[in-house]
Design a protein around this ligand. Structure first.
Ligand code: PDD
Length: 284
């Protein structure tokens, strides 16, 4: 059975879900997206994802294709139509179809596409083992705070990591780590301080990042939001990444340096457990 995909007002089998070749998402990467995770058939921290979408749309002067309430209704409908119990919902809004022109079209209608991916997000083997990352240059544009669909640079970074035998890439600019290819990057120093890049245009303002920092504060852990170098990361006690699809994922190797004993550290493991508990309890 194929998935049911939402495309501009219709729920269609994925084979029939199509958009115009003139869609500006296709021609210019002129669009934004979001990913919310689903646990027990319910959305995790979804209001925050919709709020970030609203900001991304505003920054690109893109119109809503529907109201935020309708969007939520469509999310619930794709979850129901696909019997999704655990996984993710992906949705993207582009400026729509218009003859190719660098200037924004006057009357294009924004496109909205949404689909689900069924996959385990809570109980994943990688979380017990930890992942390896490699550092690569951050060659992305200057507005990474906007969640645009132009993902070629992160895709190349991910491929470089896979080719190096690692699982993911940490991006480095001006000698410091910005974030992961599709996640926020954290280290835990030898004295137990959690360090992650401060917010700005250089990184995506991760929804999971924010939730994890709130949990860390509640647990009385020390947090510093600042830039860190790969060298500082090599000497860290622990490291981890956060995202809507990986939650909190321990990192046990950075480039050729193994952290600690090469197994997920206590801080990352605890934050993962607490995040999943909170996400499951608050999912709606
Ligand atoms: N990626 N940084 C980047 C560059 C990202 O692409 C993502 C999310 C994050 C984490 O943000 P959040 O916690 O809100 O998911 C940070 C999604 C999951 C993706 O592209 O699939």
């Amino acid at each position: 059975m194929s998935r049911i995909v939402y495309v501009n007002g219709e729920y269609l089998p994925e084979e029939d879900a199509k958009i115009s070749v003139f869609d500006r998402g296709f021609l210019f990467a002129d669009g934004v997206y979001e990913v919310s995770s689903v646990i027990d058939g319910k959305l995790v921290d979804n209001a925050a994802h919709i709020a970030r979408l609203e900001r991304s749309l505003k920054e690109l002067k893109l119109d809503w294709p529907c109201s935020p309430e309708d969007l939520l209704g469509i999310q619930r409908e794709v979850i129901a139509r696909n019997n999704l119990v655990e996984g993710i919902v992906y949705w993207q809004i582009t400026r729509g179809a218009a003859d190719r022109d660098f200037a924004f079209p006057k009357n294009a209608k924004p496109s909205l596409v949404m689909f689900t991916q069924a996959r385990a997000v809570c109980d994943v083997p990688a979380a017990a083992k930890g992942i390896a990352v490699v550092t690569v240059p951050d060659i992305r544009w200057g507005r990474r705070d906007i969640k645009t669909v132009q993902l070629l640079a992160p895709s190349l970074a991910k491929m470089a990591a896979l080719e190096a035998g690692a699982n993911d890439a940490w991006l480095v600019e001006d000698g410091v780590v910005t974030e992961g290819s599709s996640n926020n990057a954290f280290i835990v120093t030898l004295d137990g301080t959690i360090v992650t890049r401060n917010l700005g245009n250089e990184i995506l303002h991760g929804i999971t990042r924010r939730a994890v920092l709130e949990i860390a504060a509640r647990e009385g852990l020390t947090v510093e939001e600042r830039a860190f170098t790969p060298a500082e990361a090599y000497d860290a006690a622990e490291a981890f990444i956060t995202s809507a699809s990986s939650f909190v994922m321990p990192v046990v190797k950075i480039d050729d340096r193994i952290l600690g004993n090469g197994v997920p550290g206590p801080v990352a493991s605890k934050l993962r457990t607490l995040y999943i508990e909170m996400a499951r309890a608050a999912a709606s």
